[in-house]
Design a protein around this ligand. Structure first.
Ligand SMILES: CC(C)(COP(=O)(O)OP(=O)(O)OC[C@H]1O[C@@H](n2cnc3c(N)ncnc32)[C@H](O)[C@@H]1OP(=O)(O)O)[C@@H](O)C(=O)NCCC(=O)NCCS
Length: 179
């Protein structure tokens, strides 16, 4: 069984490679590109993973040191926007899919996010081509609130994105994401 834990600066090497795999294999799923990722140094990734784990973190599923899946979270910093957080970088490597790893990672992320004082909602966007991801988010309690046509342009093809939000008050009361 995979270990689900927070990644730290010590995981920077593995995370750099894993993120590149995600961006290369599922270009339609992410707004970041593999080209941009390649220009990030290991030190930058180490900083990203270790900077402020209370409000910005990446949850990973690992077998030993090998990453099988990830999901990232950050809280907005502004006085007027700090009630909101965002999920990014949700990815499970192809050979490990369909075993509950994506759900376990997101459940761990939501549990940690729900413990952040003052955080009220978590937002994400999902390409309309990513049907497995959208189904998973809905099952965890995320609700769609809008759609952006042509949100991404990937190799000349447009991808529409659906915006979803999870109300943490409801989650804290009902524990719905615990499924
Ligand atoms: C989305 C993703 C992370 C799911 O990871 P996973 O470990 O395979 O998911 P799980 O096994 O935990 O399944 C959780 C739920 O996802 C949905 N799901 C998973 N695979 C699915 C599939 N092939 N078709 C439809 N729904 C699927 C189901 O709702 C499933 O719950 P269920 O098994 O109770 O029906 C994985 O498919 C992935 O990395 N996709 C490509 C990247 C991506 O789209 N990222 C999201 C960017 S916003």
């Amino acid at each position: 069984m995979a270990e689900i834990r927070l990644l730290t600066g010590d995981d920077a090497n593995e995370f750099w490679d894993f993120r590149l795999e995600a961006l290369e294999r599922e270009a339609e799923a992410f707004s970041s590109s593999a080209e941009e990722h390649r220009s990030l140094s290991l030190d930058e990734v180490r900083g990203q993973l270790g900077a402020d784990p209370a409000t910005s973190f990446v949850v990973g599923a690992l077998e030993g040191r090998k990453l099988l899946g990830t999901a990232g979270f950050y809280r907005e910093k502004g006085l007027k926007t700090a009630h909101k957080g965002h999920i990014w970088g949700v990815y499970v490597t192809f050979s490990a899919r369909g075993q509950g790893i994506g759900r376990d990672i997101l459940r761990a992320l939501l549990k940690r996010a729900a413990s952040i004082d003052g955080l009220e909602q978590i937002q994400l966007s999902v390409g309309t081509t990513q049907t497995a991801a959208a189904k998973l988010y809905r099952s965890l309690g995320f609700e769609p609130w809008g759609c952006e046509a042509k949100a991404l342009k990937v190799g000349g093809c447009y991808i529409d994105e659906e915006y979803m939000v999870l109300n943490l008050d409801r989650l804290r009361k009902t524990g719905k994401a615990a499924r």
